[in-house]
Design a protein around this ligand. Structure first.
Ligand SMILES: [Zn+2]
Length: 406
């Protein structure tokens, strides 16, 4: 299931509310023993017999039965695991309509979750819709290598490899030449292995536009051998930002490489940010309707699913406050900053009595949630460059649209 399909399913699931705690969510990570899960669902069905309300009991048991049947049918857990959602989604009380959804995500499910609630638990899958953009890293020498990626500031090690290349011997003569040849062959095999793992980790991301850059490091010349000879495909070499000398190789070297790459990553981020802000500004200038800015317009475009990229200034912080007038019942919505707290005393536009604050929500959280649901990407824009400062002055929130909306 790709990101777009996933976001559609999650949107649908997010709309259901159970009358009681009767909506069942089940996450099964890859490699989990499916027979154990079937047993578990079975024991939960007996457990459910203790539920007092007859309708709820029936609904929960039916949902669990449906899941159990599905798992028996499947026979094994799919490659990335599976999430099942089942429950009564009928609008009419007493006339149950037990439905089940099955999600095989594009990324592996991390942990087992079983939950019976008034709503489906979709948060772990929503995380899969967050931007997947990463920097790829390879750190190697002749003896070992590690491959990983950086998302935000977090380093994930994907593969570690050890070579069979023996150290140099001091023996001379013919056997020495033969030994050198063997050594060269083993080294060549090792670089090919690294390249294969790198392809596994990064090639698909590169094709999806999710690989922002590749940084290769290590203590010796192996980093040059890997990047200057024909080991890596062009698609990955095109993403190569730089090679960096490190003291360590392998996993330890990968951490060192991350520390030494900070400036390069920062610079590459700034370039990306500037490009996006400029795209936004060019749209405005052309008046082609593909850019909007300001809270109200951005919120509207997000709601419609029209936003391709949501741009948010780093310092942006607003709350959405909902007011209601105690005397005339008039409702109003205001966007306020944390430091404008006194705005919470908001006079009624109709009768001028002080309105009651009903609800206060963080705008960023609302926006990010919506963006995840609608498969819009989110980009934080620093104020360290001119373009970023310009966006900040335009209200700190803007969007590039998939299509014009007016
Ligand atoms: Zn009023």
């Amino acid at each position: 299931m790709n990101k777009h399909q996933l976001s559609k399913v999650l949107e649908e699931l997010s709309e259901y509310r159970g009358r009681n705690t009767e909506l069942v969510s089940l996450y099964i990570p890859p490699g989990y023993d499916i027979r154990k899960m079937i047993q578990f669902l079975n024991s939960e069905q007996s457990e459910a017999q203790n539920i007092k309300s007859k309708n709820t009991r029936k609904n929960v048991v039916s949902a669990l039965e449906k899941m159990e049947r599905r798992l028996k049918e499947a026979g094994e857990v799919p490659e990335n695991g599976v999430a099942l959602f089942a429950g009564n989604v009928s609008e009419q009380e007493g006339r149950p309509d037990i439905q089940m959804w099955e999600v095989e995500p594009h990324e592996p499910i991390e942990s087992r979750i079983y939950k019976c609630d008034k709503e489906f638990q979709i948060e772990p899958l929503q995380d899969f819709l967050i931007d997947k953009e990463v920097y790829g890293m390879i750190c190697l020498d002749k003896s070992e290598a590690a491959i990983g990626y950086v998302r935000g500031n977090h380093l994930t090690v994907e593969h570690t490899l050890e070579s069979k290349v023996p150290g140099k011997t001091t023996k001379g003569g013919q056997s020495q030449q033969r030994f050198e040849r063997i050594r060269e062959n083993l080294y060549d095999t090792f670089l090919n292995q690294i390249a294969d793992k790198a392809k596994k980790s990064f090639l698909e991301k590169a094709r999806e536009g999710e690989l922002l850059g590749l940084i290769v490091g290590g203590p010796g010349f192996s980093k040059e051998d890997l990047t200057e000879k024909d080991y890596l495909p062009k698609e990955l070499l095109d993403k190569l930002l730089t090679t960096i000398g490190t003291n360590y190789s392998g996993e330890e070297g990968l951490k060192e490489l991350l520390n030494k790459s900070e400036d390069i990553i920062e610079e590459s981020e700034a370039i990306r940010e500037k490009k996006k802000v400029n795209e936004f500004l060019v749209n405005l200038k052309k008046e082609n309707g593909q850019s909007v800015f300001g809270l109200e317009d951005v919120a509207k475009a997000l709601q419609m699913g029209a936003v391709e990229t949501l741009l948010i200034s780093e310092d942006f912080e607003k709350k959405e406050a909902k007011f209601e007038c105690p005397s005339c019942g008039k409702k109003d919505v205001k966007h306020i900053s944390e430091f404008e707290a006194e705005e919470e005393k908001h006079p009624c536009p109709e009768c001028e009595s002080t309105m009651d604050l009903i609800e206060k929500e963080d705008v960023l959280e609302m926006f990010q949630k919506k963006a995840a649901q609608m498969d819009s990407s989110v980009m934080w824009i620093s104020r360290q460059h001119e373009e970023g400062e310009r966006m900040w002055k335009m209200g700190g929130v803007a969007a590039i649209l998939r299509y014009r909306i007016r």
